[in-house]
Design a protein around this ligand. Structure first.
Ligand code: XMP
Length: 512
């Protein structure tokens, strides 16, 4: 089965191209501008059914502008250039690109002037999304102009004698009308690909990859219980259960039932290491009140414990598997291939160099919802797949001030009530994250006839797409009432519950 290679020139939309193509049933992978040179998968060019040249922030006229390797034109693989990619095709193949008199940005009416497979089934006039400062004035020799806009004379072009197409607009963004159809037309009518890729294919390929890597060494994974590390563990366990060491560190700062959940879902693994490190974490956190200091202490201790466990395997472990997702991959196109050398900025925190593990990140081209889909394919239960994100430092950043076992236990009780009530109200999947925060102050209250002087807990629940911005969640009144009365009724120490109505920005999701 053939895949699409997307050569990334730095557009903010590159990941959207990858995603749209996968939604259309063709596997796509993002590579760096030097592809196919200097990349481990260059020798697998025969697997490539089409190449997309992405947009990018530079001008093709600048001497330092990134250029696609001339080899790309020798393969006779269908090519689609988008925005910068479109201009680069024109520039490299003998057309003329100039600085536009005025930049075109936003919704723009497009007129199709030449019927072509690229616009098959579409009207001759529709709106597209533009974002560019240069424009193609004249297409390269042998190219036909397919469409224009009021200010862009070559908004789409196609070579007559080979499958090379360029579009100035962005078919991958939802603002372009019929954008997905245009991409589908390129894939299925011009590049003659088949929409046969399914998540199950990704699964089969990764299983084969893992089994082949596993012959050279074992895999180590930090299993936190979150969606990404759970799906990753399941994948490795499906492929090579005996070659996987899954380490779960119980920091004591996790949700009330986390160790039980881990045992329930992964207890069958031959090498599931459950490290009870609660005392070590609470000891290390004694007297620490600054949020960043808490994170440092927790990160360092985590790395230390992880390292201790890794060393016990005396050189048998070769790979550190991580559930890094596409949005986490900043340096797109780098470190490609099944196992790139370890970086210092991995989730686990600085592991010492002498462990010299190779990093294995099978999800680096996937989005969160795709990882969830993969988890479903492998039969992980829905309540695990839909879990809210949970921060690495856990409740340590939700107990404001010094973290004590007693306060974390209190917070775990509140968290349990909150989660139960949100699920009972059918709201769990509408909320990005919901959690309690314990404040280091006391409040006066009255219980029966008696005055109380108790703890204050904040409830935070937000909606978000990616955690970068967030809105507080508008609970129905009756849910808030139930949450509040259960907390104060069931937890004697707490006599006041408040709801956080701050969006991000200016607030952050967490309080610390
Ligand atoms: P903020 O509070 O910055 O949170 O709006 C954004 C997202 O990141 C999570 N978060 C963390 N995750 N280690 C993590 O693994 C951390 O130190 C950390 N701090 C915040 C937070 O829960 C939210 O999903």
């Amino acid at each position: 089965m053939k895949k699409v290679v997307i050569i990334d020139f730095g557009s903010q939309y590159t990941m959207l191209i990858a995603r749209r193509i996968r939604e259309l049933g063709v596997f796509s992978e993002i590579v760096g501008p030097t592809w196919p040179e200097d990349t481990p998968n260059a020798d697998r060019v025969e697997e490539v059914g089409a190449i997309v040249l992405s947009g990018g922030p530079m001008s093709v006229l600048a001497p330092s502008a990134p250029r696609v390797s001339p080899k790309v034109f020798e393969f006779d693989i269908p090519i689609l250039g988008i925005c910068y990619g479109h201009q680069m095709l024109a520039h490299l193949l003998g057309g003329q690109v100039t600085k536009a008199q005025r930049a075109e940005y936003g919704w723009t009416p497009l007129e199709v002037i030449e019927p072509d497979d690229l616009f098959f089934g579409l009207p001759t006039h529709f709106r597209v999304w533009m974002s560019h400062g240069d424009e193609v004035q004249t297409p390269p020799p042998g190219f036909t102009i397919l469409a224009r806009t009021p200010s862009t004379p070559v908004a789409a072009m196609r070579a007559q004698d080979r499958p090379i197409v360029g579009v100035q607009f962005h078919p991958e963004v939802v603002h372009t009308q019929f954008g997905k159809t245009i991409l589908a037309n390129f894939l299925f009518r011009i590049a003659n690909l088949q929409p046969t890729w399914r998540m199950s294919d990704f699964l089969t390929e990764r299983i084969q990859e893992i089994q082949s890597l596993a012959q050279k060494g074992m895999f180590l994974v930090a299993l936190s219980g979150g969606v990404d590390s759970s799906v990753l563990t399941q994948l490795l366990a499906k492929a090579a259960p005996d070659r996987l060491v899954a380490v779960f560190v119980d920091t004591g700062l996790l949700k009330w039932d986390e160790p039980d959940r881990i045992r329930r879902y992964f207890g069958h693994l031959p090498h599931l290491i459950m490290v009870d490190a609660k005392d070590r974490f609470f000891q290390a956190l004694q007297g620490v009140t600054d949020p960043e200091e808490k994170r440092k202490v927790i990160g360092a201790l985590f790395a230390e414990i992880f390292e201790e466990e890794a060393r016990k395997w005396q050189g048998q472990i070769r790979y550190l598997a991580q559930g890094t997702l596409y949005p986490d991959v900043i340096e797109s196109g780098q470190g490609l291939g099944p196992a790139a050398t370890i970086k210092t900025h991995h989730n686990v925190g600085g592991l010492p160099e002498d462990l010299s593990l190779e990093l294995y990140e099978p999800f680096r081209y996937l989005f969160k919802d795709e990882v969830r889909q993969l988890g479903r394919h492998m039969g992980l239960p829905e309540d695990l797949i839909q879990r809210h994100p949970f921060p690495g430092p856990g409740f340590a950043v939700r107990v404001i001030g010094e973290v004590t076992p007693a306060d974390v236990a209190l917070l775990q009780k509140v968290d349990r009530i909150l989660e139960e009530e949100i699920k009972r109200a059918g709201l769990y999947t509408r909320i990005w994250q919901a959690f309690p925060v314990l404040l280091p102050i006391r409040s006066v209250g009255v219980t029966g006839d008696e005055r109380s002087y108790g703890r204050v807990v904040v409830i935070r629940a937000v909606t978000s797409v990616d955690g970068m911005t967030a809105d507080w969640f508008a609970f129905p009144d009756f849910v808030l009432k139930k949450i509040s009365s259960r907390i104060t009724g069931e937890i004697r120490e707490i006599n006041r519950v408040v709801y956080d109505i701050t969006s991000k920005p200016p607030g952050t999701i967490e309080w610390e």
